[in-house]
Design a protein around this ligand. Structure first.
Ligand code: NAI
Length: 405
């Protein structure tokens, strides 16, 4: 495959990404009546996602990990009802959009290189999907909502009972979809270690204008059905029994940490280390009872709760956390588990590295990809060639202007 040619044409297309994406979707929907209904109503996040995904593929074409990644992606895309015919239609429209946007750069060689590259991507994704079918894995898991507990105006913990066994590890996340917001999938961490009755918790923080989080916090009620996609994420426990560890979470980042603590309480109750729970204010420190109970089962872990002072911006809590982390020692000996808003993860990881924590032992979910569109919140949709990273929503999207700092 002609990588330099792929990259040089992509660089040209990328400069007119907005135009290319508009052309791509218009072409796709015009040529394939019926396909529009497979996509969410709000297409704006789709546009960002498409280019984030293309960037990932183009930059990673020579990455030996790409086939496995694309296989997982294909397996996951069954939830979007992605058929081989749809993969072919997407490829055709993508090439048409590139040809239109790249102008004089779109030579016969460039078209051949892109056609081959897309063919390979589609083949690897479809193979992943076929393997999942062969293994008997469903495209998604239907679950019944059996509990819905509010914590203040913006937070809710939903309890779901999957209708068939749902495999996952503590610390992982799942795509979630509700018919209240058709065809939209959002990622949420699973808030408990697997239970005997199979139920699992989602912790949801409402974002302003966020259709999915608003539906889950305000709308969804027990008795309704939610769909879950296959669990993903590598921020699972790798700490050997007895080794030191630190758990740091902010906001609903408490969910995966809670799951990891449940796992530790069951299998490694003598674990030693520390837990830091950060929230924008005392009212947002939800789940205190659970934390107290888990702390009692894990007496070797010290617990520190950190919030912003009343009427102070929410990020003051992060500054307070960083002060507390600087006062701790032996970072090189600790496995660290981090969960929370993307900006929080970036800032805390950097400080931890400065303090001597080993980045290879600092575990958190992948951050949203950097790039041209990265500053826009990608909140409510996923589709073919979704971006590589989990799109935790951008908390800035829900901070009122007067509270930004
Ligand atoms: N596995 C993971 O990493 C998980 C991540 N999340 C993400 O965590 C966030 C939770 O949202 P909320 O509960 O509403 O939290 P929030 O918006 O109330 O933030 C909680 C605290 O995080 C810190 N923070 C927020 N934005 C920051 C930034 N840009 N830089 C530094 N510190 C920052 C502040 O101290 C704030 O008080 C969402 O973005 C969600 O997508 C949620 C669950 C799991």
């Amino acid at each position: 495959m002609d990588l330099p040619l792929l990259r040089s044409t992509f660089a040209v297309v990328e400069r007119r990404a907005e135009h290319a994406v508009t052309y791509f979707y218009s072409h796709l929907f015009w040529r394939n009546p019926g396909v529009r209904e497979l996509f969410p109503e709000d297409m704006v996040p789709q546009r960002d996602r498409l280019f984030a995904a293309l960037t990932h593929v183009v930059t990673g074409l020579d990455d030996p990990g790409l086939p496995a990644y694309l296989g997982r992606l294909g397996r996951d895309h069954r939830k979007f009802l992605a058929t081989p015919a749809l993969y072919a239609a997407v490829g055709e429209s993508l090439l048409a959009a590139f040809a239109h946007t790249a102008g004089a750069m779109w030579t016969v060689e460039a078209e051949k290189a892109w056609s081959e590259a897309y063919g390979l991507v589609a083949e690897l994704m479809l193979r992943g999907a076929q393997e999942a079918v062969a293994a008997g894995e469903p495209a998604w898991w239907d679950t019944d909502v059996v509990g819905h507990r509010r914590h203040g105006d913006d937070l809710a913990v939903l309890t779901l009972r999957p209708r068939r066994p749902y495999p996952y590890l503590p610390g992982q996340y799942a795509g979630v979809s509700t018919l209240r917001v058709p065809r939209v999938w959002r990622t949420y961490s699973l808030g408990n270690a697997p239970r005997e009755d199979g139920t699992l918790d989602l912790h949801v923080s409402r974002i302003r204008g966020g259709a999915m989080s608003t539906a889950l916090v305000d709308g969804v009620r027990p008795g309704e059905t939610l769909r879950l996609s296959a669990a993903g994420g590598t921020a699972v426990s790798r700490t050997p029994p007895g080794a030191l560890r630190t758990y740091i979470c902010a906001g609903t980042g408490w969910a995966p940490v809670r799951a990891l603590l449940e796992e530790a309480a069951a299998h490694d109750p003598a674990a030693e280390g520390r837990i830091f729970v950060v929230a924008r204010s005392r009212e947002y420190l939800y789940g205190r009872e659970d934390l107290d109970q888990l702390a009692a089962r894990l007496p070797g872990l010290s617990v520190t709760l950190i919030t912003s002072a009343p009427r102070h911006p929410r990020r003051q809590a992060t500054e307070r956390l960083l002060t507390a982390l600087r006062a701790c020692g032996r970072w090189a000996d600790h496995d660290v588990h981090l969960a929370g808003p993307p900006g929080f993860l970036t800032e805390v990881s950097e400080v931890l590295a400065e303090l001597g924590a080993d980045p290879a032992r600092t575990h958190h979910d992948v951050l949203p990809p950097a790039g041209r569109f990265a500053t826009r919140p990608a909140t409510r949709a996923e589709w073919l060639l979704e971006p590589p990273a989990v799109h935790w929503h951008d908390p800035a999207a829900r901070i009122p202007h007067e509270d930004r700092s």
